[in-house]
Design a binder for this molecule. Sequence first.
Ligand SMILES: Nc1ncnc2c1ncn2[C@@H]1O[C@H](COP(=O)(O)OP(=O)(O)OP(=O)(O)O)[C@@H](O)[C@H]1O
Ligand SMILES: CCCCCCCCCCCCC/C=C/[C@@H](O)[C@H](CO)NC(C)=O
Ligand SMILES: [Ca+2]
Length: 524
Amino acid sequence: MYDRIMYRNNHSGAVLRCTCVKPCVHTDNCFVPTSEIIAVEETELNKKQRSIGKWQKMAKPHAFTVYYVKKARNHRWRCRDVTFWCADEILCNQWIQALKELLEMQTCRPKQLLVYINPYGGKRQGKRIYEQKVAPLFSLASISTDVVVTEHANHAKDNLFEVNINKYDGVVCVGGDGMFSEVMHGLIGRMQKDSGIDQNNPKAPLVQCNIRIGIIPAGSTDCVCYSTVGISDPVTSALHIIIGDCQPLDVSSVHQNNTFLKYAVSLLGYGFYGDVLKDSEKKRWMGPMRYDYSGFKTFLSHHYYEGTISFQPAKHTLGSPRDKDSCRTGCYICKESERQLAEQRKKCGFKHEEDEEEWKVIKGKFLAINVVNMCCACPRSPKGLSPAAHLADGSADLILVRKCSRFDFLRYLVRHTNKDDQFDFSFVDVYRVKSFQFTSKLSEDNESSVTDIGKKHFGQFCRDHPACCCNIANSTWNCDGETLDSSAIEVRVHCQLMKLFARGIEENCKDEAAYSHSSVEQLL
Ligand SMILES: Nc1ncnc2c1ncn2[C@@H]1O[C@H](COP(=O)(O)OP(=O)(O)OP(=O)(O)O)[C@@H](O)[C@H]1O
Ligand SMILES: CCCCCCCCCCCCC/C=C/[C@@H](O)[C@H](CO)NC(C)=O
Ligand SMILES: [Ca+2]
């Protein structure tokens, strides 16, 4: 170590630099931004360590170990360590002290977390994943935790209304999209309750939730984690939490007749994805495979649904769903929406601004109606259902898949999994929207002629087309992986209503990985 370790400030913050003449633990030359140091610890040297190499010559060598984030391929992060040796105890302690002070200055890092583990999500590995992969990292980073292993559905949500929430710097959920949704409902609901906001009012300006949520993926799809981190990997997510990343997120509220139903951050899907979810819920015992089984079954059934869609286009946002560029870390489109949001708050505070913007109306027969607040990427669909959707631009992409042949629908589905344009079909339309309403034909008919006795039994079969695939029953909404049985809903996107311990998907991950494998230098 001696003179070979130094830190300096550059444009990307303070940097720890080790330039050992002989290779230190991993590299010849490495730079670690302090924002990516996980912990610094004094190292107890054992006899064996003392008797190797040049340290033999030292009467009593001293050492400290720096644990840092190592970025690998495909957005995967790992914790690595490097040990610095020194003959001078005072110098060694000064280094430890200086580095610890630098870490203290990282005020965005959480110190106290509330953790909810769903032991039944995905392959039922939540508890093991947390205990073996995540808890040791939290403890290394000196993060204190209160851990709740849930005993039933809604345990986490209900608990969040009771706990002393101000005690925590963040809430972590270990599970899948459903578990995340539960924690999000708890936090947003608690925030509105504490601020006296009535969630049942669809026009109420909701209060932003500043307590960040961290997602440790242990579910079946893990779409929210994948779309905000770029990978579904518990260690990577734990490291994003430790270093205190922050990613704002749009949230849609779903209402029916002035009654609050749900919030959604990823997919709100009617028709195909609703039917897949409804069927898959009966097959939970199959684990993540249930989606493949139910997906195939639903594909074969080829049901379409009639209804009326109305929406307000999102004119405020700079992007379009057909853009070639995707939302990435530091996205300028999301930043612009953040700026507009701040300006609007300055102008009208938290009061609701009357929105006179036009509504567009579309009636038709649809195989799928998908409203996505984010790209909805997941391991099954690496680009997601709307690759150019933004995490925090205050809009959602409305994707309408009209009635088409089975073969065409299969072509559309296959494009979820490859690089081809999913919207380049005559039967698929996509709009960027800020609010949206849907009423199924069946509920329109029921409402317009509730007294028509003949129609009361209309739900039994389709008289006009006995052999067709038109489903005269309603579909179900798939709301972030939770079923929602409502045939008439209104949806509003709330720009950046909540925050995650994430940073969005990083650009040029491959280049970075290639660079980090360079023998000349490692950027960590
Ligand atoms: N202890 C529990 N027992 C039963 N259900 C629970 C428990 N804890 C949470 N849940 C519920 O389990 C549901 C599904 O959990 P989770 O999202 O973690 O897994 P998944 O459905 O397999 O994954 P994904 O949502 O990614 O497809 C959630 O809606 C949550 O409310
Ligand atoms: C024959 C080819 C079929 C390809 C099918 C691709 C399937 C891609 C699945 C993408 C789903 C992404 C949306 C995420 C939704 C989640 O909210 C939800 C709960 O985890 N998951 C599902 C599957 O509904
Ligand atoms: Ca969005």
